[in-house]
Design a protein around this ligand. Structure first.
Ligand code: MG
Ligand code: MG
Ligand code: MG
Length: 307
C-alpha cells in the first residue's frame, strides 16, 4: 500500500518540496512513498519545481483509507479531510504541535527551526541517504522561502547551516539571487482574483472555540496591490462571513521593508488590538517588523483570545 507524503492545505513551497524530498528519502529506504499536495501550486512553487526539474505532485485532499505522512503541519484543520479514517504513520514539522492525535506510536519529528526542509536535511544524514542535486535545490528553495532569505525571526543557525550544505550539493553559488527570483514570482498578483490571493497562503485556527483565519501575501513592494485593496477587503469580508469566522486577517507583508500591513475584519477588533497593541481605525494597520505568521501573528492572537 502506498504511503502519501502530504503538506498542508493552501500548499506553499515548503509543503510541496518537503513532500517530494521526504518521499525520495522514504523511497531510498524501500517505502512506496508518493508525494502529494492538497491544492494547486502557487507561482513561487511553480518556478521552483520547473527550475529544478520536478513534476507537480498529485493532488490528494481526502485521507480516508490512506496511509499518510504529514509534513509542514500537525493541525487537523490543515490536514486532508477524513483524517479520522486515515492512518498517520509519521509527522515531520516545524510548527507548534497541533491538535492531531494518533492511535499508535509514530515518528513525530518537529523542531523549532525555520523550515521543514531543515529537519529533512538532518533526516537524510541520520539515515545515510545521499541528497541528489535537484532535491537539494528544492530543499534549499524551501528554506529560503520560509525564512525569507533569513530575514524572518523564525530563522535559526540550523537553517543557515542546512542552506550552506544544500547550496553546495545543488551547485548554487548565489542564494540571494535564487531567493530574489522566488520573491518576484511570489509577488505576481496582477490579474489574480482577490479570492485566490487570500487563499494563496492561508490558514484557519481554532482559538477558544472561535474560528480565526489568517492569509499572508509576501511581496517585494506593496504598491503592487495598491489598486486591489478595496477588492481584497470586500472579498475578505465575504470569506469571513461564509466560513462563520470570528476574525479574519490578511497579512500584506513587505519583504523589503520588513513589516506587514495587516488587514483586519473581526466581530470584535479588541482581540486584535490587544494582541498587537495597536488601534484599528481603518481596513489595515502597519506593524513594523512583522514577517512571520507562525511566530509573530498567531501566538499574540492566541494569547489575546485566551488560548
Ligand atoms: Mg508551510
Ligand atoms: Mg514550512
Ligand atoms: Mg510561509
Amino acid at each position: 500500500m502506498s504511503v502519501y507524503v502530504v503538506g498542508h492545505k493552501s500548499p506553499d513551497t515548503d509543503s510541496v518540496t518537503s513532500a517530494i524530498a521526504y518521499a525520495e528519502l522514504k523511497k531510498a529506504m524501500g517505502v512506496d512513498a508518493v508525494p502529494a499536495m492538497q491544492g494547486e501550486l502557487n507561482p513561487e512553487t511553480t518556478l521552483v519545481l520547473e527550475k529544478f526539474g520536478f513534476a507537480a505532485p498529485v493532488i490528494m485532499t481526502d485521507g480516508a483509507g490512506k496511509k499518510l505522512i504529514l509534513v509542514d503541519h500537525s493541525d487537523i484543520s490543515q490536514a486532508p479531510d477524513n483524517l479520522d479514517k486515515a492512518e498517520i504513520i509519521e509527522i515531520i514539522d516545524h510548527h507548534k504541535i497541533g491538535d492531531i492525535t494518533t492511535n499508535n506510536p509514530i515518528l513525530f519529528n518537529a523542531q523549532p527551526v525555520g523550515c521543514t526542509g531543515t529537519v529533512l536535511k538532518q533526516l537524510f544524514e541520520i539515515n545515510n541517504v545521499k541528497i541528489t542535486k535537484n532535491v537539494a535545490g528544492i530543499m534549499l528553495a524551501a528554506i529560503l522561502s520560509d525564512t525569507v532569505l533569513f530575514k524572518s525571526p523564525t530563522t535559526t543557525e540550523a537553517d543557515k547551516k542546512a542552506c550552506d550544505g544544500l547550496a553546495k550539493i545543488a551547485g548554487i553559488s548565489d542564494m540571494a539571487a535564487l531567493a530574489m527570483e522566488m520573491f518576484k514570482a511570489k509577488s505576481a498578483v496582477a490579474g489574480v482574483p482577490a479570492r485566490d490571493l487570500i487563499f494563496r497562503d492561508y490558514k484557519d485556527f481554532d482559538m477558544k472555540g472561535k474560528k480565526v483565519g489568517c492569509g499572508q501575501l509576501e511581496m517585494v513592494d506593496l504598491s503592487l496591490i495598491d489598486d486591489m485593496r478595496d477588492d481584497l477587503y470586500k472579498t475578505l469580508k465575504e470569506v469571513k462571513e461564509e466560513g462563520g469566522r470570528h476574525t479574519i486577517l490578511l497579512m500584506l507583508t513587505d519583504i523589503m521593508k520588513e513589516g506587514t500591513d495587516l488587514m483586519v475584519i473581526s466581530d470584535d477588533v479588541s482581540f486584535v488590538e490587544k494582541a498587537f497593541k495597536v488601534k484599528i481605525d481603518g481596513p489595515t494597520v502597519w506593524i513594523d517588523g512583522m514577517m512571520s505568521r507562525k511566530k509573530q501573528t498567531i501566538p499574540p492572537l492566541q494569547s489575546a483570545f485566551g488560548c
